[in-house]
Design a protein around this ligand. Structure first.
Ligand SMILES: Nc1ncnc2c1ncn2[C@@H]1O[C@H](COP(=O)(O)OP(=O)(O)OP(=O)(O)O)[C@@H](O)[C@H]1O
Ligand SMILES: [Mg+2]
Length: 285
């Protein structure tokens, strides 16, 4: 896969590139657009207290594809991601109607254990959040908690996943060191290694590169493309050029409503909805 940073757009990693979509380097294969569905929201309406944040969201997320979730600030992107692994359940005032199905089964089905759900649906946050333990312990923390690895297998699991994210060379001699001495980009890759070590089926990435420089952004984007089709990826981004580079499909959310969900290039170049056309042209948001 070949996601290339656009040298003409050095500021991309810092924020959206609105109105310049035509200049973006389109290198995502935009494949895997047909096929089975991993996650479905059915009439999902939710809010906190008297506020409604998501309104009747009906969306299918294709298995084995990268899906970008775009929309103006406050449109509910993070809330939707957090809902997918039930992180809102205990927020005070949270209320919900409708459903989310993983492989056709409600994530709120009484037979679903939250811990196992979060193993199957992993999440990476905007800011890297290594745990206060060694680099190696960070990588295997989730895998240990889920009893996927014993003490003896820790080093092998750490090596495998640090290699997968391209960090092994940089950290192999400092596995017992604190992760907080790593650069921001390296910390994010470490968190990605930790997320991958529990073998998730779906990975939720909430603006994973927004605090990273262009080189670290490119590393994460390239890595994301290597995860599919084994893992279904949903990436929230304000960077429209990034959505074009990495995402097979894109969902546009505005004011808690799902406006459009389609093949990325189609959505950017021939949007079905006027609202989408305005957003991708940088005319609002
Ligand atoms: N726990 C909460 N209690 C009350 N309101 C909340 C809570 N979490 C989110 N909201 C509100 O829900 C709305 C959507 O927030 P959300 O974080 O999902 O937006 P977003 O699309 O991710 O925005 P951004 O692009 O700025 O990250 C906002 O108005 C926010 O204030
Ligand atoms: Mg957000």
């Amino acid at each position: 896969m070949s996601t290339q940073a656009d040298p003409a757009q050095p500021a991309e990693a810092a924020g959206p590139v609105r109105g310049r979509v035509d200049q973006a380097v389109v290198t995502a294969p935009h494949a895997a657009t047909a096929g089975p569905v991993a996650l479905t929201t059915a009439g999902l309406t939710l809010g906190f207290g008297t506020r409604t944040i998501l309104s009747d969201v009906c969306v299918d997320v294709r298995r084995g594809a990268v899906t970008a979730l775009i929309g103006p600030t406050g449109s509910g992107k993070t809330t939707l991601l957090r809902t997918f692994n039930r992180m809102n359940d205990r927020v005070s005032g949270y209320h919900r109607k409708g459903d989310v199905l993983l492989d056709g089964r409600s994530i709120w089905h009484p037979g679903v254990e939250v811990m196992e759900l979060r193993r199957r649906i992993g999440m990476l946050f905007q800011r890297p959040n290594p745990f206060p333990m060694s680099i190696m312990e960070n990588v295997v923390a989730g895998a240990r908690a889920h009893r996927l690895v014993g003490k003896a297998g820790m080093k092998d699991v750490a090596e495998k996943h640090l290699t997968a994210v391209g960090l092994w060379g940089a950290v192999k001699d400092r596995l017992k060191d604190s992760p907080f001495r790593l650069s921001g980009g390296q910390q994010q890759l470490l968190c990605l290694a930790r997320a991958l070590a529990v073998t998730p089926e779906v990975l939720l990435l909430d603006e994973p590169t927004s605090s990273l420089d262009p080189a670290a952004t490119q590393a994460i984007e390239e890595l994301v493309r290597t995860l599919v089709p084994d893992i279904t990826v949903i990436i929230v981004t304000h960077n429209l050029a990034q959505a074009l580079r990495v995402a097979d499909r894109t969902i546009f959310l505005n004011q808690g409503r799902m406006v459009e969900n389609g093949e990325t290039r189609q959505l950017f170049e021939h949007p079905a909805e006027e609202e989408t056309a305005h957003y991708v042209a940088g005319r609002f948001g």
